[in-house]
Ligand binder design. Structure first.
Ligand SMILES: [Zn+2]
Length: 362
């Protein structure tokens, strides 16, 4: 009997830990204690979240615009973009693309090499990193199918939200373009709560939420002083060394395990691990998770720290302009140079034409 209960206890702990490890972190994140990835139950069809600004610590933030003071060091910004290579190695791991940090990336190098060698897009497209964004959020409420009503989260807890751009950021940009009055949604004062409509999609055994629609509603102000207490989103990544990533990457190609690995066709292989389970895991109450709201609004506050509220007519971030082209690269590179530039990823609108041109001119 004793043995049985001991074993049951061990099994319980083992499964709890495995589950926590599985869902609360992905291997490329190195989060400070007390800060976890937010997960949504599959039953949830609507979600209210507050996105908070964080202080940029990266001199070369991917969104940085030095002329406009956007996402420059020590300014406040609302997201950290990150490029992730997925499905790497026998264990199907995900890694930060080191080129985001000015370092050489063996996977991107390999992709360029294969493109030069005339490889098929089906082969090389899986070597593109997935574009994701990370946000600091406070979940406010959720609407579940089973209960058919809004339920509030009990406390103001700070989480990381880690989403592929395709599944959230693109919709956010579209929603902001439609309603420029909401550009300052992430500001401590005068910010907005985002009401997200979710659609659950499936890939293999995993399901993940896609944000289909966003509405903005007024929220209570947060204390601006909280900015200094919040973690930076720029230094929460494990950046693999060139050799480490190369070893992991070629682990597959050398042993021909390829066939058994799910293709990275849809870029959502990582997301389910982050979002598919319920919210209800106990989190330690460590500063700065608990937020202090300050409902007093001081109209004369200095807005200099918020680079994007100065001109309400300007979007807070530049969106690449889609250019109608025939035989012309929308990014100004030589037409037919497909795969030679970072911009030649799957978002490029003319890649098919460009590849054909390249093949014709060989
Ligand atoms: Zn890369």
């Amino acid at each position: 009997m004793r043995e049985k209960s001991n074993f049951a206890e061990k099994m319980k702990k083992h499964l709890q830990k495995r589950k926590q490890k599985d869902v609360s972190n992905v291997n490329y994140l190195n989060l400070p204690k007390g800060l976890d990835v937010f997960r949504v139950d599959e039953d949830v069809k609507k979600l209210k979240i507050d996105i908070l600004l964080y202080k940029v610590t990266d001199k070369n933030h991917p969104d940085a615009d030095f002329n406009e003071g956007v996402a420059v060091e020590n300014s406040l910004w609302y997201r950290r973009p990150i490029d992730i290579h997925q499905g790497v190695g026998i264990n199907n791991l995900s890694f930060v693309c080191p080129s985001m940090f000015g370092k050489k990336c063996p996977i991107c190098e390999y992709r360029k090499k294969r493109i030069d060698e005339g490889a098929d897009k089906e082969e090389f497209k899986k070597y593109y990193p997935q574009h994701r964004s990370i946000y600091l959020i406070i979940p406010r409420a959720f609407y579940s199918k089973s209960n058919d009503r809004w339920e509030s989260y009990k406390e103001d807890h700070l989480y990381i939200w880690n989403m592929s751009n395709k599944n959230f950021q693109d919709e956010l940009e579209a929603a902001l373009e439609d309603s420029p009055e909401n550009y300052s949604f992430a500001c401590y004062k005068g910010g907005k709560t985002l009401v997200l409509s979710l659609k659950w999609e499936k890939l293999g055994k995993t399901t993940f939420p896609v944000v289909k629609h966003i509405e903005f509603v007024d929220r209570e102000d947060y204390d601006e002083n909280v900015a200094d207490k919040l973690p930076s989103l720029d230094n929460i990544f494990n950046i693999p060394s060139y050799d480490e990533l190369k070893a992991k990457f070629f682990e597959i190609d050398d042993t021909e395990v390829n066939e058994n690995v799910e293709p990275v066709e849809d870029d959502e292989i990582v997301a389910p691990a982050i979002t598919r389970l319920t919210k209800s895991v106990e989190y330690e109450s460590v500063e700065p998770k608990k937020m202090v709201r300050n409902i007093k609004v001081d109209e004369d506050e200095d807005e200099d720290a918020l680079p994007f509220v100065k001109d309400e007519n300007e979007p807070p971030f530049a969106k690449p302009t889609k250019v109608e082209t025939k035989g012309k690269c929308p990014f100004g590179f030589k037409f037919g140079d497909y795969g030679k530039h970072d911009e030649c990823d799957s978002d490029c609108d003319v890649w098919e034409e460009c590849i054909k041109f390249k093949k014709r001119s060989k």
